[in-house]
Structure formats: C-alpha cells, structure tokens
Design a protein around this ligand. Structure first.
Ligand SMILES: Cc1cc2nc3c(=O)[nH]c(=O)nc-3n(C[C@H](O)[C@H](O)[C@H](O)COP(=O)(O)OP(=O)(O)OC[C@H]3O[C@@H](n4cnc5c(N)ncnc54)[C@H](O)[C@@H]3O)c2cc1C
Ligand code: SF4
Length: 607
C-alpha cells in the first residue's frame, strides 16, 4: 500500500526526494524534522508524521509535487488550516500546504452572486473582502477565523446557519482540480452533450465520469435505503448526488472527499446577500433534554440559526475572567440555553418575530424564560460566549480531555430529545461526562466525552463509547458526521453506517479516481484502526522539566504544553493573537506550532 511506502522513506531517500522537489518547485520544500513535527497533527486525536512538506507558490508547484509523489509512489495530502477533527489532515505523505500562498480572491461577480477563489483563503478573510459588495460566503464553521475554503470543500463544512444555507456542497459551484495522474480539469454542471463527450472519451478524466455515473446509478436502491434522510449527512462520499444525469457536476463528488480523490486549486463559490439585521431570543431550560425537545417547535418560527449551550459551558464561562462579563443576559441557573437567531429587514420585523416566539414558547411552557436581544453588542456577547465558551470547554486541565471521537453526530431534529437522553446514558455508563453544544437547528451536536488516552483503559473506553454511539446513530437513522468529516475516527465505521454494498461502491469510486492509491489514503474508507497513530497513547511519555514558574494547575510544564488541542485559533489573521503568525503565515510561528515542537522535544521525538 502507498502509505507503507511512505513510512519506509527516511534518511538518504528522504533527502533525495527533497532534492528532486527543490529542483521542480519554486515554493518551499521543508523536509527537516521540525517541519515534519509541525504538520504531524491537526485538531484530532491523531498524529502522523509526513514525509515532508511543500508550500507551493503557484499551481505549477502543486502539479510538480503531485508528479514527484506519483513517480515515487508516495501518498499526497492537501492541507489548508489544519483544523480538522477526525484525522483527515494528517498522513505519512507529502503535505501540500495551500494556506500560505494560494489564498487570494481572484474575481467577484456580485450581480451573478459568485466569486472565484484560491483554496487557501481563510473564510473570514473572504467575507471581509466580500463585505463591500454586500455579499458573503455562507458556510460558517466556528473556526472561520482560520479555516480555509479548500478545507471546507474537503470536509463539506457547514455552520451555525446551515438551516437556511445548507452545506458547502450547496455553495461550491465549480472547481479546478488536478487528478491523481496530473490531469488538470475543471468540474462544473455539464450539458447533456458535454457529459456525453466526457463519457465517451479516453484517459483518467473520462474513466472518472463513467465510473461515478455507473457506481451511483448502479446502486440507486441501496443508496436510497442506506443514506440517512437528513440534511446534515456528511459521512461517506456523495454518491446520492449522481442518481440522475441532470444535473451532473463532479464538483459534488469532490466536496466532502477529504483530499482522497483529487486536489483543488481553485473554486467558484456561491455568494448570498448579507443579512440586513438580526436579533436573538435566548430560551432558558432546566436541562439539555428539555432544550432538545423544544427545537421542533422553535423551527416552526423559521429562525436563521439555533445554537445550544449546556450548563458545563456556562459554568466554565462563569469561571473565566474573559467571559464572565458576557453572561448578564442569563436568567436564573439554566441547565441549557437555545440561542435562536432571526434575520429581518427592519427592527419592527425582528421585534415581531422574537415576541411571537417568546409568547409561543412561554405559552406552551417549553422554556422557563425567553430573553430577546436586539442590540448588536448584546448579540455579540452571546456569540462570543458560544464561540469562546468552546475554547474554555476544551481547556480542561489534567490527562482526561474532552476528545473529538463521537463529537459530530447528526439526527433528525425531531428525534434530538430522546437521542440526547440515550447519548448521555452511554457516556455516563462509561463513568465519564460530556459537555453539549452545537447546531441544534439541524440536529448536529458536538459532544466530547472526557477521556484520557494515556492509559489502555482510557483507549478501551473511547472505543467502547464510539461503538455504542455508532449503534445509536444507526438506530436513529442519523449520520456519524454532520459536518466535521470522517477521517479515521469515523472512517472506521463507514461500512457499519452504509452497509457492505455501499462500502464496496466507495472503494470502487476511490480506485476510479486514484488507481495508484496515493491521494490521502486511509481516510473515509480503508482506515487504520482508530487506536493507532494516537497523538497520546499508553506509550506516550513526556520528560519532566524543572520550571521556575508554577505549572501545578496543569500538573507540570508538560501538562501546560499538552493543553494545546490543535484547534488553531492562534492562526487567525485579525485581532489579538499571534503577531508572528500573522506576519509570516508560518505554522512554526503560531502558538500551536510552538506547542507541538515543545511536546515533540519533551516526548523524545525531536532531539
Ligand atoms: C473547535 C472547532 C470547531 C469547529 N467547528 C466547526 C463547525 O462549526 N462547522 C464545521 O463544519 N466544521 C467545524 N470544525 C471542523 C473544521 O474546522 C472545518 O471542517 C474546516 O472547514 C476545516 O478547514 P481547514 O482549512 O482547517 O481544513 P484542513 O483541516 O486543512 O483540511 C480539511 C480536509 O480538506 C482537504 N483539503 C484541504 N485543502 C484541499 C485542497 N486544496 N484540495 C483538496 N482537498 C483539500 C484536506 O486534505 C482535509 O481532508 C471545527 C473544528 C474545530 C477544531
Ligand atoms: S495554541 Fe491555543 S489557540 Fe493555538 S491551537 Fe493550541 S489551543 Fe488552539
């Protein structure tokens, strides 16, 4: 297998490969041990050292890197912000980092509502550039300050407003892609005669057109039976988009393929008008199950977003100097909040929408309080709490951390109440706890049980919880991934979720796009066991370093270094964070980069 070839690359062979690349690439070629450590992790529980890193200056560099990978049978991994949670952005591969140089807006057409962009552009940066046009790119993950369009294409990223805007799938119109054999192509909606021409052609591109059509249309009954009937299905490949020839746009297959099928070098993205005004209604509940049960009723009011926050998140925020001031809108001691947002054209419209919701929900006794917030600073405080509280949730001292391994389930919002109850029982039966937050409007909750992977018992607990949750999700007809993607941690359950026939179809699809098997292998399908390649495993050991400062809150200095979970907020390009990263856009100058290097040095991976 190609990944085995990559793990054999070392010493002289690695140097020779780097030399070949340096001759063909005008950008940077970084094969040194430090760079390899920097690109070994993302925001997941995994760690896989790359063969080396290429930071392309232009598309020719990407082509050259792919050619070298192909000639040497080395896997290839396209990477953007590296904020993925399932292990899809780490591999024993040549990593191509698009975020440093291929990050421009190339064209904006606000009349027709689209823009052409490079894959490394950060979402917030794109929206800053679109603001003067009165437009925006709609997919809005919590990581929008550092996640890029290319990563969103890879993962089929969604966000808080997907109840009105859908997924990345609905906003990526066309892509320029490089296929595994080096063919440069453009995927877009095909007219019937254009599709016919592609289907009757020769070469890998035509093989792909034929393959996608045959695989999808040869499995229609099974696809209809096995794909969850919910909007937030991100797991697996999008075979369900190709059940007919009208429309036929291979962009839809690239979205959500996690770098396993081809490399995207440019995208034409859909733009939507920016909302004129917004308002929030904050519904207060005594517990998370009650909050989940109210969602169907709230959805009848056609909000633009419903976000849920539980009492653990609220408690952490109360304890935080930075966030305790954001909580003045809270009444009493809620077990859970729903932050319900409305769009409107005038204040009058928003007053009417929020008051109607308040009357309805209080009248039905669904929430014990409803606080309406119309002013901008007040709404910002709530969003800061939702986004910042997430950071606080993850900053847990000690070895047991809130880990992402069942953190992305999605079910029909109608069944969210009983689903959450059962989920919580599974977590508690394993002697641990979890915080709840997420995109309640679409049934996608981010639940991270507290587990330490530094012991065999902890690893076994993770596997046991993951097994039981995968059963539960199947029982509820849901998706293991609602937005974060499969990577390894959910890829190991792809066959269980879709069944053997669809799994075989996925394998055939992968072989069709990537006959050599070098495109980010071992993700979505054919994954290594979920317990291999862990960033922290039972064998992990960090050296104790005597320190002058007091790190006892994190046990010791190593514990403080291990507080970095890789979510990449230190890669944001605006506001207060890492000025050195903002100036250089080099991973090594982000706090994440420094933490990773320190951890590697203290655990013996670096001299
Ligand atoms: C704290 C936290 C909160 C999050 N919240 C959300 C959320 O609200 N909604 C959501 O959807 N996600 C969320 N995520 C997950 C993640 O941030 C998103 O999926 C994000 O869009 C990934 O973007 P990235 O630039 O970091 O991509 P990366 O992690 O770098 O890459 C993602 C995938 O895309 C592939 N890829 C990257 N560039 C290319 C390319 N040029 N061609 C082909 N494939 C490519 C990669 O190989 C990889 O498989 C969250 C993550 C964290 C840590
Ligand atoms: S250093 Fe902090 S902000 Fe940066 S990735 Fe780690 S936890 Fe996130």
């Amino acid at each position: 297998m190609a990944s085995t070839a990559a793990t054999r690359i070392h010493g002289k062979e690695r140097e020779e490969l780097a030399d070949i690349l340096r001759k063909r690439v005008s950008g940077e070629v970084r094969f040194d041990p430090f760079s390899r450590v920097l690109y070994s992790t993302d925001a997941s529980i995994y760690q896989m050292e790359p063969v080396g890193v290429v930071i392309p200056q232009n598309v020719d560099d990407v082509l050259a890197a792919m050619e070298v990978a192909r000639e040497n049978n080395i896997p290839l991994l396209p990477r953007a912000g590296g904020t993925s949670l399932a292990g899809q952005t780490v591999n024993h591969a040549i990593v191509i980092d698009f975020s440093k140089n291929l990050n421009q807006v190339l064209e904006v057409n606000s009349e027709e509502g689209w823009a052409r962009v490079q894959p490394g552009i950060v979402l917030d940066q794109l929206n800053r550039e679109l603001a003067p046009h009165g437009m925006m790119y709609a997919p809005d993950p919590t990581t929008s300050s550092r996640a890029c369009v290319g990563g969103g294409i890879g993962n089929n990223t969604c966000g808080a407003h997907s109840v009105i805007y859908g997924k990345s799938l609905d906003h990526i119109l066309e892509v320029d892609a490089i296929l595994a054999d080096g063919t440069q192509t453009h995927f877009r909606n095909m007219e019937a005669h254009e599709l016919e021409a592609k289907l009757s052609g020769t070469g890998l591109e035509s093989d792909i057109y034929r393959g996608v059509r045959n695989i999808s249309q040869g499995n229609i009954a099974e696809i209809k039976a096995r794909y969850p009937n919910i909007m937030r299905r991100v797991s697996g490949y999008n075979l369900d988009e190709f059940l007919t020839d009208d429309p036929f746009n291979l962009t839809k297959m690239v979205v959500g393929s996690e770098g396993t099928l081809c490399v995207v070098t440019e995208a034409k993205v859909n733009l939507v008008p920016r909302p004129t005004m917004t308002a929030l209604s904050i519904l207060h509940f005594s517990d998370i199950v009650q909050a989940s049960e109210a969602i169907v009723e709230v959805l009848r009011h056609e909000p633009s977003s419903i976000e849920v926050m539980d009492n653990i998140l609220l408690q952490r925020s109360r304890e935080s100097l930075g966030h305790s001031g954001d909580l003045s809108f809270i009444q009493g001691d809620p077990g859970a909040l729903l932050a319900v947002e409305f769009y409107g054209e005038s204040e009058g419209e928003l007053v009417s929408k929020t008051n109607t919701l308040k009357r309805d929900i209080e009248g039905k006794g669904l929430a014990y309080a409803c606080v309406n917030i119309l002013d901008r600073p007040g709404q910002n405080r709530v969003w800061n709490l939702r986004k910042g509280g997430l950071g606080l949730l993850m900053s847990v001292h000690g070895d047991a951390k809130p880990l992402p391994f069942v953190e992305d389930t999605a079910v029909d919002p109608e069944t969210l109440g009983p689903f959450v109850k059962r989920f919580d029982e599974i977590v508690r039966n394993h002697g641990t706890e979890a915080a709840y937050y997420g995109h309640a409007s679409v049934g996608c909750l981010h639940i991270r049980p507290l587990v330490s992977l530094k012991s065999s018992e902890g690893v076994a607990t993770m596997v046991s919880i993951a097994d039981e949750i995968s059963d539960l999700v199947k029982e509820y007809g849901g998706s293991l991934s609602g937005e974060h993607g499969d990577g390894i941690v959910r890829g190991v359950y792809t066959e269980k979720m879709f069944g053997p026939e669809i799994y075989q179809a996925f394998q055939e699809l992968k072989r069709t796009f990537d006959p050599q098997g070098i495109m980010n292998p071992g993700k979505i399908i054919n994954c290594p066991p979920m317990t291999e390649n862990l960033r922290y495993g039972p064998d992990y050991h960090a050296q104790t370093i005597p320190a002058k400062l007091d790190f006892s809150i994190d046990t010791d200095f190593a514990g403080a270094v291990e507080m970095c979970n890789g979510m990449g907020a230190c890669r944001k390009l605006e506001g207060t964070m890492c000025p050195s990263y903002m100036a250089t856009k080099d991973e090594e100058h982000s706090t994440r980069g420094r933490a990773n290097l320190l951890r590697a040095a203290m655990s013996g991976r670096l001299p």
